[in-house]
Write a protein that binds this ligand. Structure first.
Ligand code: NAP
Length: 256
């Protein structure tokens, strides 16, 4: 049997550089803090919330970790390219990419505008393609890397009122599985995490009745926390999951 090479839990991401998109709040900020606690230098991407991204960086630094805020609208292909080049120039490598940036514009399909459809697809799905597209050549050269795409149970089973969002999240699953097959030969793992109903500003914005109905559909009878999602992402970003690729793992209290 081969010798155990996996570092002990704790600082297993020491020396790694991680880019987490949409990390200025919610699930992304919990992922950023969790990766930093395990030793990674974390690039905290944001679009509109620069001040809050700064607060995430300050929190990580207060805990003894390393982080920097990087502004970029992930729906902008060229801007993602510039962000990646700047990160590479400063750090020389990126080891972990977490595509977490996401938005909703819920409506029934009969009333959904083309703008609302495009807006959600451009950020949630094309945004992930943009960062993957720009970083892949470096991952290929490094012959290693971890990509984690934050999908949703809506993308796994669909959700009335979320045709645009569910399409984007189902698209992320197809993207994940295809890119996983393309990159597996170079030791690059690509997986998707599908959260259920998680307590963040995204779900706080829902009407009380919708929240109650969602909680009623969760076998565990409660919403999840961003930290529940972050733990799985940290595992998928670490050497502890080197033989796992192309998977979709739900963090949903039994919902799906
Ligand atoms: P959230 O609290 O609304 O945070 C969304 C994050 O995405 C913010 O940091 C926001 O940054 C960023 N973002 C939005 N547009 C962006 C853009 N164009 N470029 C870069 N960043 C952008 O949402 P959340 O609940 O934490 O959700 C995080 C991810 O988990 C999303 O992909 C979401 O679809 C997914 N998810 C959430 C749940 C849930 O129940 N909460 C369930 C399943 C999946 P700025 O404010 O700086 O723009």
């Amino acid at each position: 049997m081969e010798e155990e090479k996996i570092p002990a839990p704790g600082r297993e991401l020491a020396g790694k550089v991680a880019l987490v998109t949409g990390a200025s709040r919610g699930i992304g900020s919990a992922i950023a803090v969790t990766l930093a606690r395990q030793g990674a230098m974390v690039l905290v991407n944001y679009n509109g919330s620069g001040q809050r991204a700064g607060e995430v960086v300050a929190r990580i630094e207060a805990e003894g970790g390393a982080a920097r805020a990087v502004g970029c609208d992930v729906s902008d292909f060229a801007a993602c390219g510039r962000m990646v080049e700047e990160i590479m120039a400063e750090h020389g490598h990126v080891d972990i990419l977490v595509n977490n940036a996401g938005v909703t514009r819920d409506n029934l399909v009969a009333r959904m505008s083309e703008d609302d459809y495009d807006y959600v697809l451009d950020i949630n799905l094309k945004g992930a393609f943009h960062t993957i597209r720009h970083l892949t050549r470096y991952f290929l050269k490094q012959k290693k890397g971890k990509i984690v795409n934050i999908s949703s149970v809506s993308g796994v089973v669909g959700n009335a009122g979320q045709a645009n969002y569910a399409a984007s999240k189902a698209g992320l699953i197809g993207l994940t599985k295809s890119v996983a097959k393309e990159l597996a030969g170079r030791n690059i793992c690509v997986n998707a995490v599908a959260p259920g109903f998680i307590e963040t500003e995204m779900t706080q914005a829902l009407p009380q009745r919708a929240r109650e109905a969602a909680v009623a559909s969760i076998p565990m009878g409660r919403m999840g926390s961003p930290w529940d999602v972050a733990e799985l992402v940290a595992f998928l970003a670490s050497g502890r999951s080197d033989y796992i690729t192309g998977q979709v793992i739900c963090v949903d209290g039994g919902m799906v």
